[in-house]
Design a binder for this molecule. Structure first.
Ligand SMILES: Nc1ncnc2c1ncn2[C@@H]1O[C@H](COP(=O)(O)OP(=O)(O)OP(=O)(O)O)[C@@H](O)[C@H]1O
Ligand SMILES: [Mg+2]
Length: 378
């Protein structure tokens, strides 16, 4: 729907805000631009509706170079929401929402019906809110009106620049939920800017993590969490993921690589030798097919060797977690019962790693010290 081809934006003072950006935004998706302050998110958005123009490169919308389009027509097809809503203080809710439909000279009845429809969609009773002025509403309500105004003329593309940035966390959470619902029905193409990773992970079909005007990684929320492209992505995602760690959260953040993996085909002697060499009491065994067979204990293998039995006779398979559905609470319960590592497998039976009490402790410490750091710097 929107394509950036090697787009660079250099401001007159020499600042390179966006540096050879390549990005394809698919129709009907929410694409979140995220990154540290000054990384070029707002500049990227503004180039889409030509509030700024690229210094080099091409931006296409629906295949057409936007510089060749009439800017007024272009903007009518693009909704824009900004942090402080940009509502006109002297215009009523209806007049604000109807800004673009009025410009497009929609018939009065059509405008009225559209405004009512949108207010209903946002859970605002038209009878109550239709004639209010922005000053007569709460911040969350004003922000809803800002979103509705952007959607009013059914634009193909909606640009949102930290639309919920100024709201309290509860209102913010609610509006995020509403936006997702609206998007499920309307299927617009939304480019959403935030610097809140929780918001990005919650809303984005695709996340574009930027730094210094460049893209560090593009991918689904899962891609960025599970396969961060580099240390910057990892720390950006990681730090904020700590805030999400609750008993009901998934165990992804806890899973570490298993330090010792044995092949199912190795005999007890070889297994013993390796375990003793690396000083491990336990190991994970994986078959030729890549599937997890079980966890083994040093003492069990010593016995197996003594009695000439295969290591398969010592597999422990009961105590494990499945990465797709295990909660942190379960991991904690298992570790409370025994401090031995917990194998983690996926739905296809492959070993994904282990959860250990040491890892759990590290995460808790990171989280607690991070909280302290935030308080100190506040
Ligand atoms: N009109 C301008 N003239 C010169 N430099 C500018 C201008 N607007 C933005 N910049 C610079 O371009 C860079 C990118 O700015 P931009 O506003 O796109 O960042 P951002 O990612 O939206 O940041 P934030 O999260 O703080 O909103 C910054 O270094 C900024 O100072
Ligand atoms: Mg910005």
């Amino acid at each position: 729907m929107v394509d950036f081809e090697s787009v660079t934006k250099q401001y007159p003072d020499g600042t390179v805000a966006v540096d050879k950006l390549n990005l394809t935004i698919e129709k009907g998706k929410i694409v979140v631009l995220i990154g540290p302050s000054g990384c070029g998110k707002t500049t990227t958005l503004k180039m889409v509706n030509r509030l700024e123009e690229p210094s080099r490169g091409v931006i296409r919308m629906g295949g057409q170079n936007i510089l060749k389009m009439n800017p007024v027509d272009l903007r009518r097809n693009i909704g824009y929401v900004i942090q402080d809503t940009g509502l006109m203080p002297h215009l009523t809710v209806t007049e604000n929402i109807a800004t673009v439909p009025n410009l497009l000279r929609w018939k009065k009845e059509r405008v009225k019906a559209r405004v009512e429809e949108l207010l209903h969609m946002a859970g605002l009773d038209p009878k109550l809110y239709r004639y209010r002025l922005p000053a007569q509403m709460s911040g969350g309500q004003r922000q809803r009106i800002g979103v509705l105004r952007a959607l009013a003329a059914e634009p193909e593309v909606v640009l949102m620049d930290e639309p919920f940035g100024a709201l309290d966390p509860i209102t913010r959470d609610r509006l995020q939920g509403e936006l997702k619902e609206i998007q499920n029905t309307l299927q617009r193409t939304i480019i959403f800017v935030t610097h809140d990773i929780d918001e990005a992970l919650k809303l984005g079909d695709q996340i574009v993590l930027m730094r210094d005007g460049r893209v560090e990684q593009i991918g689904s929320p899962e891609d960025l969490q599970q396969n961060p492209a580099n240390a910057f992505v990892e720390s950006f995602i990681g730090e904020d993921r700590l805030a999400q760690i609750t008993p009901e959260a998934g165990i992804d953040a806890l899973v570490e690589d298993a330090p010792l993996i044995l092949k199912a085909s190795s005999g007890p002697e070889k297994a013993l030798e390796r375990m003793e060499r690396v000083g491990r009491e336990t190991a994970q065994v994986v078959g030729e097919d890549g599937l997890w067979k079980g966890m083994v204990w040093l003492n069990d293998i010593k016995n197996a060797e003594r009695y000439g039995k295969p290591i398969a006779s010592t597999y422990r398979t009961k105590r494990k977690l499945r990465i797709e559905d295990a909660r942190i609470r379960e991991a904690a319960t298992l570790l409370a019962a025994s401090s031995e590592p917990i194998p983690v497998v996926d739905a296809s039976g492959r070993l994904r790693g282990i959860v250990t009490d040491a890892g759990f402790a590290r995460m808790t410490i990171a989280r607690l010290t991070r909280g302290r750091h935030q308080k100190e710097s506040a």
